[in-house]
Design a protein. Structure first.
Length: 618
């Protein structure tokens, strides 16, 4: 992995932006603040953690990734931004041998293993660990379970772990890299985990990657995780997977819960196919791990409002993985697509209000078994969820149910299943099934969530019914476009007017800008930061199919259309996220503000769209 990719993977845009913008506040699943680049009174600057991107919906009307943010904020070039971020991420800019980072990873696992042993040893210590052992006993955790999960206790000390591990021969900077020590601004370090119950988080092979830690007093946060390190990434780990993998394979079912305690208690009671996502939402990478073991997944999440949202988000993320090309906004539709293509099943375990899996299992293991048995498939769950918010004696609510559920039914490929749910809907709303069936046949596209407020309707192809895949570490479409431009100088006139915003990754964007300012490859190289030379080499040596002049133009035009369309859809999707976040969690004034933003954005989008439509098509 190159330093650019490595840095990108190890920094979190939210953390970086909040270093510069202290007013950054959570808004639903995203973050917002007054724009740091233009004066304003109502925040229109947003950071999207899932995309690792930012966007100013106000006067700037632009956005990008973490590199472009730092470049703009620090007024530096790409190379300098990379240096700043690489330093924050602990990435060395001198190129590494691949086996060197491999060795480093092994070393970090070894250090975490040693820390786990130390914490576990302290928990078992007659006096030091007594309070924590009492807490665990009171939560009904057996000694055997403590042993199996190697639970631990981090002492209320700023240097106990550092001293212990340095005595064992580990260096201070290695302990920082392992996430166990925190560097002070004025120099020196201190133990990250103090007076906490420690849960070692292992990979599927059983190596300790990091820790989850629960406060034993009133300290906040109540739960603290290891930071992102070379080996640990919260979104790529599943708690308990090392102990659950064979049960998951054997039972051909994985049950995903939220908390460490839920996993531990489940295993103690013999439910060994249970794992936890580290946070409320299930991520793409976590689902990727499970997918290798089974295609059947049950999501068991808290019944309170947050749990319900998390379930929906979990479903949404699951759909990212299972259908790489399409990320539907109506999340259940994504799961149905997955069920279609892999002949798999996803069920949603709805837990009684106010109860965690932990409580249910302890009170009645049979109840847990029953809930799992009765967990409805995702389509039925979606029916219930939507219908529970409606009064089906009212005409308006009936049509709302049809508007929301019919598109989901349209996604179901299996004719018998589709007929089954069509019948179910017809009965629910007491509408003739034939009428619904003809409405269904008219539906060609998946549903969009209906929203209130005055949102300007856009042309069909401009709708965000599908999104581009999650921002991955590379962007093949942009790179194909760039290599066409680099290979074929005569294409220049077709792309000089292009907006650099079409290239979401800063490394591609920088190459594009250098290309625009240069006349040939050599002058382009001179205008480019040294850190990007490798990237340019890769683009200029990319093997392209032999194309005559006409085909080259055609290929580029296709590329540009797709880039532009992707950009529009992405922008529109971001706006829809904002609206849905604000609708669910924000105040009325916030909703009003965001709707004003949305109207502005829609005008902007419409202009671009009409412009594009006006251009002669090939
Ligand atoms: Zn701005």
């Amino acid at each position: 992995m190159g330093v650019i990719d490595e840095t990108k993977q190890r920094v979190d845009i939210v953390e970086i932006v909040s270093d510069y913008v202290p007013g950054l506040k959570k808004a639903g699943r995203n973050f917002k603040a007054l724009c740091p680049f233009h004066p304003e009174r109502v925040p229109s600057f947003y950071v999207f953690p899932e995309r690792q991107s930012w966007h100013c919906f106000g006067a700037c009307g632009t956005g990008g990734d973490v590199f472009s943010f730092v470049m703009r904020k620090e007024a530096v070039d790409f190379g300098e931004a990379l240096r700043i971020l690489a330093q924050k991420a602990g990435v060395s800019l001198t190129p590494k041998q691949p086996d060197e980072s491999q060795r480093e990873a092994e070393r970090l696992k070894e250090i975490n293993e040693a820390a786990a042993e130390y914490y576990h040893h302290l928990l078992l210590h007659p006096s030091a660990g007594e309070g924590t052992r009492n807490y665990l006993a009171q939560r009904g955790i057996s000694d055997k379970t403590i042993e199996e999960f190697q639970l631990g206790f981090s002492p209320d000390s700023w240097e106990a772990l550092r001293e212990q591990l340095m005595k064992k021969g580990y260096q201070e900077d290695e302990l920082v890299a392992a996430g166990l020590l925190v560097e002070k601004e004025q120099g020196g370090t201190y133990d990250r985990f103090r007076n906490r119950l420690m849960f070692p988080i292992r990979d599927i092979a059983g190596m300790v990657l990091g820790f989850g830690a629960r406060a034993l007093d009133d300290s906040l946060p109540k739960y603290l995780n290891s930071p992102q390190t070379l080996i640990f990434d919260k979104s790529g780990a599943l708690y308990g997977i090392d102990r659950a993998k064979s049960a998951i394979r054997k039972q051909n079912l994985a049950v995903v819960v939220e908390g460490y305690m839920d996993v531990i208690v489940a295993h103690q009671y013999g439910f060994n196919n249970v794992v936890a996502s580290l946070g409320t939402a299930l991520t793409e990478r976590q689902v990727g791990i499970i997918k290798r073991l089974t295609k059947s997944l049950a999501l068991a999440l808290d019944a309170d409002a947050a749990g319900e949202m998390a379930t929906l988000r979990g479903i949404e993320v699951a759909s990212h993985t299972f259908d790489q090309k399409v990320v539907p906004l109506l999340t259940s539709a994504g799961l149905v697509k997955y069920e279609n293509s892999l002949d798999a099943e996803i069920r949603v375990m709805v837990l009684p209000p106010g109860k965690d899996p932990d409580d249910i299992i302890k009170e009645s293991p049979e109840e847990w078994g029953r809930l799992l048995e009765e967990a409805p498939p995702v389509v039925d769950y979606t029916f219930d969820l939507i219908v529970s918010k409606l009064d089906l004696t009212k005409l308006k609510d009936k049509s709302s149910a049809v508007d929301q559920l019919l598109p989901l039914i349209a996604e179901i490929k299996h004719p018998v299943r589709q007929a089954h749910y069509l019948q179910k809907l017809a009965r629910l709303v007491a509408i003739d099934e034939q009428n619904l069936a003809s409405a269904l046949s008219r539906l060609k596209r998946p549903a969009k969530l209906k929203r209130e407020g005055e949102i300007v309707q856009l042309e069909e192809s401009c709708r965000p019914s599908t999104l581009i895949p999650l921002l991955s570490s590379s962007d093949p479409l942009a790179q194909y476009c760039l290599s066409l431009l680099v290979h074929y100088p005569q294409l220049r006139s077709h792309a000089t007017e292009l907006s650099a915003d079409l290239f979401p990754h800063s490394e591609d964007r920088q190459i594009f800008l250098a290309w625009r300012n240069a006349t040939d490859l050599d002058s382009m190289r001179q205008g480019l930061d040294a850190t990007l030379e490798e990237h340019l080499d890769a683009l200029s040596t990319k093997a392209l199919p032999p194309l005559n002049e006409e085909e080259q133009e055609h290929a580029l035009r296709e590329c540009l259309y797709r880039l532009q369309e992707r950009w529009l859809k992405d922008l529109k999707a971001k706006e829809e996220w904002l609206i849905s976040d604000v609708q669910s969690e924000g105040s009325a004034t916030e909703l009003e503000e965001i709707q004003q933003l949305a109207v502005r954005l829609n005008t902007q989008l419409r202009e671009v769209f009409l412009q594009r439509k006006g251009k002669p098509k090939r």
